[in-house]
Write a protein that binds this ligand. Structure first.
Ligand code: AMP
Ligand code: ZN
Length: 482
């Protein structure tokens, strides 16, 4: 029996294919990281959370990870940002790198094995450019070096865009036109210095690397000439990934990546996320509004399948929070049932829960194997909860079954990473509600204030208004879930 039944959709072959790493048990994966010129928005976060789900799922399947993610700390956007801010480029990018990493923490993103910076690989980028020149795939012009797209017959195999069929507007997406290029489709491997830009020495004079070569070099330096998985948002398929393939394969003569995996785009309130349109949300705003980071994570990873375009709204976070509340409630009830289960239930006969456990695990694994179908996998978590709830309610669940249920929930949570909870999260939700009620009272919206009080009361939370503000306490045996 093969170890893995995992099927991943491969953009290169345009179908789902069984995934196994090429070498032994270790997955060599490269994911295109952030360009550190600004705070990431929820759309970017969806992509970074997808990388995390992908690596967690691969580990769930029993593989080891060797995952490299880059930080793009030199390109047009970072250079312009630093110029406008009037600070040196390294200082500017260090700040946004830090902000980026700080956002990943509450999102429970596992750090990749290697987080690497473009500016730490400039000599290797110069080397690769030299190789491409030697092999006749590149030409020098005006102190810059360009890749000759026509020299690489495989060009277009990822995106379907063949040279000669490219319109000027397509090539302009993120490939600049300039008078030194022989063909519009050609792209810069090395860019001659412009005034005010940071530069590095090269055989072609001072300059800086092109954006595409950065990823090829960082991937091959740390993972070898052929990697197992390369991932990035769908906007990167062309030209970024197409160009990565061209320059890497032209240099090595070997396939660059076996699987190309592209998570879909996130819309915000039905529209493209765009700073210039003012349609943008960053994580901090959601957290400041009192949303639970675990609910934000769950909304982004499991509302929709990763390949579909998904429209993010605050409602999607609220929906996820409700689902999460049920899960946390269940985990608490399970703990209580375990604490109460006496030793004599140990010898008892198995209940319907044993079959429910086996079925949930089988279905969950099948959903993950089917190109990481997290919404489907989550529905099987709820199936298990329903099965366990009824066996707990009628008192037939044995201690061993309850223990197995807890173990299986924890196993599922190796991918979701939100089921385990501390009471603190629930407390934060209560406090957010109290703040909302204070606001309502200030605005003399007493109907809304009373509604919030009633909502909390029905969840077993009682409010006491006093001179120093509102205090709250739980009534009844168990905390309710909002
Ligand atoms: P950037 O910093 O612009 O290079 O983007 C970082 C990552 O976020 C890339 O993999 C992009 O493909 C991805 N990305 C950008 N916008 C969105 C969006 N609206 N939805 C999902 N992913 C996005
Ligand atoms: Zn990249």
């Amino acid at each position: 029996m093969g170890m893995s039944a995992l099927q991943l959709y491969n953009t290169l072959t345009r179908r789902k294919q069984p995934f196994e790493p090429a070498k032994a048990n270790t997955v060599r994966m490269y994911t295109c990281g952030p360009t550190v010129y600004d705070v990431v928005h929820v759309g970017n976060l969806r992509t970074f959370l997808f990388y995390d789900v992908l690596r967690r799922a691969l580990q769930y399947k029993g593989f080891q990870m060797k995952h490299v993610m880059n930080i793009t700390d030199v390109d047009d956007k970072t250079i312009n940002g630093a110029l406008q801010a009037g600070v040196p480029l390294p200082e500017y990018t260090a700040k946004y790198t830090e902000v980026f990493l700080a956002d990943l923490e509450p999102m429970r993103v596992e750090p990749p094995e290697h987080l690497v910076r473009a500016t730490e690989h400039i000599p290797q980028m110069v080397e690769l450019t030299k190789t491409l020149l030697e092999k006749g795939h590149a030409y020098e012009s005006g102190g810059s070096v360009y890749f000759n797209v026509a020299s690489f017959p495989g060009y277009g195999k990822l995106s379907g865009k063949r040279p000669g069929t490219l319109s000027v507007s397509e090539t302009h997406a993120r490939i600049e036109s300039d008078e030194y290029k022989d063909d519009v489709a050609d792209f810069a491997l090395w860019k001659a210095a412009k005034p005010d830009e940071p530069t590095w020495d090269s055989p072609w004079g001072p300059g800086r690397p092109g954006w595409f070569i950065e990823c090829s070099v960082m991937a091959m330096t740390h993972l070898g000439e052929t990697i197992d998985i390369h991932s990035g948002g769908t906007d990167l398929i062309f030209p970024h990934h197409e160009n990565e393939i061209a320059q890497s394969e032209a240099a090595t003569g070997k396939p660059f990546a076996r699987f190309w995996v592209h998570p879909g785009f996130l819309l915000l309130n039905g529209q493209k996320i765009s700073k210039s349109l003012g349609n943008i949300i960053v994580l901090k705003e959601l957290l400041d509004d009192g949303h639970d980071p675990a609910a934000i994570r769950l909304a982004l990873i499991a509302t929709a399948h990763y390949r579909t375009q998904f429209n993010f709204t605050v409602e999607s976070v609220k929906d996820a929070a409700r689902g999460l509340g049920r899960i946390h409630d269940f985990m608490d009830r399970l703990e209580e049932a375990l604490a109460a289960a006496s030793a004599d239930t140990e010898a008892a006969e198995e209940s319907s829960l044993t079959a429910a456990l086996a079925e949930a695990e089988r279905n969950f694994d099948a959903a993950i194997d089917d190109d990481l179908n997290l919404p489907q996998a989550l529905s099987h978590v709820f199936d298990l909860m329903r099965g366990a709830n009824s066996a707990m309610a009628d008192g037939t669940a044995t201690r061993s079954e309850l223990e197995q249920t807890r173990a299986l929930m924890r196993k599922f949570d190796r991918i979701f990473a939100v089921f385990e909870h501390e009471k603190g999260t629930v407390d934060a939700e209560i406090e957010a509600k109290i703040r909302e009620r204070d606001e309502a009272r200030k605005e003399r919206d007493f109907a809304r204030a009373d509604q919030i009080r009633d909502e909390l009361a029905s969840a077993g939370i009682v409010l006491e208004d006093g001179p120093t503000g509102t205090r709250w306490r739980r009534v009844g045996k168990r905390p309710g879930v909002i």
